[in-house]
Design a protein around this ligand. Structure first.
Ligand SMILES: *Cc1c(COP(=O)(O)O)cnc(C)c1O
Length: 224
């Protein structure tokens, strides 16, 4: 099956060039939620290594075997994480992008201390303060960062999903500003419809599903 990867990589590098950023300043995260192995495997053959999934169990079902056949895969959790799934998530994911509350920090810290390792962690920020959306409220970000620090969890970046009915650019600029203020390097922002704009605002990782694979069966984006 033909994918759109080459085309998207080209758009990413053009956007980086126009923004005066180095060619390797951002990477493509292939959002494979709702996609079967028959569409994921060809993408791996094309060289794609970073994948995003929003459900722990779906990711485990699809990637447990792929992980052993392609050891350099990098799996990102981009959906909400329940504390009772922390162990499974730590077994599977290299990056957890959706840290957003103290009890999750506590559960992660406890399990990471036990293992002596931790995955790369980002905090999801609810930049639009939407009641139905996951993510820490912007004004609570400093307190959550302190809690992470005290729990010995290193945070390397921020992630956001802008409100659907507002200009994404405002939210990207805001998230970039927050990252700068707290000295965090990674910025996970930009999806199929707005990744070029996100790259202009400093995104280091664009999360792309539809533009890469075509439409998926209805699985909702992170609104729990
Ligand atoms: C589904 C999803 C995406 C990808 O969305 P597309 O519009 O299909 O590119 C990106 N980020 C998150 C958190 C998602 O849940």
């Amino acid at each position: 099956m033909q994918t759109n990867r080459t085309n998207i990589l080209q758009k990413i590098s053009e956007s980086l060039r126009y923004a005066n950023r180095p060619a390797d300043a951002a990477e493509l995260l292939a959002v494979s939620k709702g996609q079967p192995l028959s569409t994921i495997e060809p993408l791996i053959k094309e060289g794609q290594r970073a994948f995003g999934e929003n459900r722990v169990q779906e990711a485990a079902d699809k990637f447990s075997t792929l992980r052993t056949t392609t050891p350099d895969l990098r799996l990102h959790l981009i959906g909400p994480l329940q504390t009772n799934k922390v162990k499974v998530a730590l077994d599977l994911f290299d990056v957890i992008e959706t840290v957003d509350r103290p009890n999750l920090v506590e559960a992660l810290a406890k399990e990471c201390a036990k293992r002596g390792t931790q995955p790369e962690l980002y905090i999801q920020v609810n930049t639009g303060d939407e009641p139905q959306k996951a993510g820490v409220a912007p004004q609570s970000l400093p307190a959550l960062l302190t809690i992470c620090h005290e729990a010995d969890l290193k945070i390397s970046g921020l992630m956001c999903i802008p409100p659907t009915h507002e200009a994404a650019s405002i939210h990207f600029a805001f998230l970039a500003e927050l990252a700068k203020r707290h000295n965090l390097q990674k910025l996970s922002m930009g999806m199929s419809g707005d990744f070029e704009c996100a790259l202009h605002h400093g995104s280091t990782e664009v999360r792309i599903g539809t533009a890469l694979f075509g439409p998926r069966e209805a699985t909702e984006i992170t609104e729990i």
